[in-house]
Design a protein around this ligand. Structure first.
Ligand code: AGP
Length: 621
């Protein structure tokens, strides 16, 4: 999604904006631009494509301006061309705006402004904003007031940053359902769509809330609501490790993040399973209040993409361990077809970024439709996120923070593992409190989880070379099928998604038993099948399903335990993982699939960390 940065202070703005934009590249973009105010004029430079195109253009320009805004654009309205790149300006080029989001009523506003003589130069929804601000400035409003009146006319979800050639000491920023954080330095202030863009300059940050406007000057920051009332707010200290946004010797962030997974599991074990041995109801510590658990009858989970896959595993764990009926919905579908209202229901939103528009909207809808109902129907809302400081953090009263650290690669890897750990903790916590599993079983599962970091390390060591070799052979393959059953069916979906999104190879994940009901017709020698076959309740079934594929000439790749003789006979290629209980296996079986997707994409010479047309967090519907 689009990325915004802004700066006002004592240093030259251009380099700060460019380095901020670099840190936002992970969000996905197709053009970029910056605007500054120097000697009473706006200077705007934009370029199609990657940031180095913008950097090239800026190299020849000497610009000591100390205020500016920057943007990486992920096209929604209008082609990814330079004339659509942000910043956009009003007709007289006095006001420049960058925006992340969508202005839903831009057509009416554009017509209205055209009638008033404003000249439009782009196809974007954003361009109405500088024209509208200019219109309100004409009526003798201050800059801040003109922005305030403008945002009150906008419909949609947006974050904006605005500069004005006539107000060289003011940067005005607004948040309305799209993320924006302000950074506080010494005599200098920043804004950005995400903290990595400003974390190398300051750790004192204030995430704006929806419906807030901030006026940044070299002297400080003032915050207002859309009605114009001044608000009192204090920045807080960001807990951020700059090493997280460096590749640390790995060729790509994605590979680094795959290798960080043992650490993620260790951190999760430490955080969630710290009650062991204490005489409490549950050995799990999620920091949730007692009333959260009382009379709980049902769980509804909303999520998108990889988070949806983690939620499917969560459903399996919660139902099998705690016996609570659980439904998992695509957030984008749930918004328009919600389940009937059920009593004593926990609503869970899973989103690593905490900014996915559909997930936030589904949670908001659920919260609103339960408001004013009798107590048993009222919303119990829980978020599972890697970014507790995100919009999700404001929306729901309870959060389970996943402990992956910031993830830069667009393809989610370590955040998926962190989400799985959160679901193991939640399911076991519920099971312990409801006494649906024995103490001994609970301890066995937790002990099994404690073995996982080492087992992932072993898998990573053995798989790196194997998956690289396979990638060499499959670099030109056009279709892949992934099959799994039970708790490993979502891993088949996740393996297929990883391959699709970074290698652009068509891939489908299926429950192995469903192949006979149609998809098996796709199979021939050109379509390899990856089967996840872990001893347990469905092992023999998956092996038979794999054999059916082999009978159609498909090359079979098995994700199986090491030294599994039966598997070695059936599969053409093996991606072995450590011996592990079926219930815990997804945290291990996903690893070779992540590596396979990574190596195929790298072999094909693709931009692994920023795949085409994808955004790290989808902040528009
Ligand atoms: C994962 O590899 C994808 N990039 C994507 O499916 C992602 O999981 C989805 O957009 C949801 O994002 P969220 O977890 O931030 O809500």
């Amino acid at each position: 999604m689009c990325g915004i940065v802004g700066y006002i202070g004592t240093q030259a703005a251009t380099q700060i904006l460019l380095s901020g934009l670099e840190k936002l590249e992970y969000r996905g973009y197709d053009s970029a631009g910056i605007a500054t105010v120097l000697e009473g004029e706006l200077h705007c430079v934009r370029a199609k494509g990657k940031l180095y195109n913008l950097r090239d253009k800026l190299e020849t320009i000497v610009n000591p301006a100390k205020i500016g805004i920057g943007h990486t654009r992920w096209a929604t309205h209008g082609k990814p061309e330079e004339y659509n790149a942000h910043p956009h300006m009003d007709t007289k080029k006095r006001v420049a705006v960058v925006q992340n989001g969508i202005i839903e009523n831009y057509r009416e506003l554009r017509e209205e402004l055209k009638q008033l003589g404003h000249e439009f130069r782009s196809e974007t929804d954003t361009e109405v904003i500088p024209h509208l601000i200019a219109q309100y400035l004409q009526a003798d409003n201050s800059f801040l007031e003109a922005v305030r009146q403008t945002v009150n006319r906008l419909k949609g979800a947006f974050a904006i940053a605005v500069i004005n050639a006539d107000y060289p000491d003011e940067l005005v920023v607004v948040r309305q359902q799209a993320p924006l954080v302000i950074g506080f330095g010494q005599g200098e202030f920043f804004c950005a769509s995400d903290t990595p863009a400003i974390a190398s300059y300051t750790r004192a940050v204030l995430p704006l809330e929806n419906g807030e406007i901030a006026r940044l000057t070299p002297l400080g920051v003032e915050i207002y609501n859309f009605a114009g009332d001044r608000l009192k707010k204090q920045p807080r200290l960001l807990n951020f490790n700059p090493a997280m946004v460096e590749k640390q010797g790995f060729k790509h962030f994605m590979l680094k993040e795959i290798h960080e997974q043992p650490g993620v599991v260790r951190a999760s074990l430490e955080a969630y399973f710290s009650n062991l041995g204490e005489p409490t109801e549950s050995p799990i510590n999620l920091g949730l209040p007692e009333e959260f658990y009382t009379d709980l009858e049902q769980i509804q989970i909303v999520a998108c993409g990889t988070s949806w896959h983690a939620a499917l595993i969560g459903k399996y764990l919660i139902e099998q361990l705690a016996g609570i009926s659980t439904q998992v919905h695509y957030a984008s579908e749930y918004r328009y077809a919600p389940s009937p209202l059920t009593p004593n229901t926990l609503i869970v939103g899973v989103t690593q970024s905490g900014e996915t528009a559909d997930t936030l909207a589904a949670l908001t809808m659920e919260k609103e439709r339960r408001q004013g109902k009798e107590p048993k129907y009222q919303a119990r809302l829980l978020g599972i996120t890697n970014r507790p400081e995100s919009s999700l953090g404001y929306l729901v009263p309870h959060i389970i923070s996943t402990l992956a650290g910031i993830e830069i690669g667009v393809a989610a890897t370590k955040t998926f593992t962190a989400q799985l750990m959160a679901f193991y903790a939640l399911a076991l916590d519920l099971a312990a409190r409801r006494q649906t599993v024995s103490k001994e079983t609970l301890e066995n599962i937790i002990n099994g989880l404690r073995q996982i970091p080492k087992q992932i390390e072993t898998t990573l060591e053995s798989q790196e070379r194997l998956t690289e070799q396979l990638a060499h052979e499959f670099a030109e393959t056009q279709d892949f099928i992934f099959i799994g059953r039970g708790i490993n069916f979502p891993i088949a979906l996740e393996g297929a998604l990883k391959l699709k999104e970074i290698s652009y190879i068509h891939a489908e994940g299926y429950p192995a038993g469903e192949m006979k009901h149609g998809p098996i017709a796709l199979l021939d020698a050109k379509v390899p099948v990856v089967a996840i076959a872990i001893p347990g309740s469905v092992y023999e079934k998956v092996i038979s399903n794999a054999q059916e594929a082999k009978a159609r000439d498909s090359r079979l790749i098995g994700v199986t335990p090491v030294n599994d003789g039966e598997a070695a006979e059936i599969f053409n290629d093996l991606l072995p993982v450590s011996h592990v209980e079926e219930l815990l296996s997804p945290i291990l079986t996903v690893v070779p699939l992540q590596l396979l997707a990574y190596h195929i994409a790298a072999r094909r010479g693709l931009d692994v960390d920023q795949p085409r047309t994808l955004a790290k967090s989808v902040t528009v519907e």
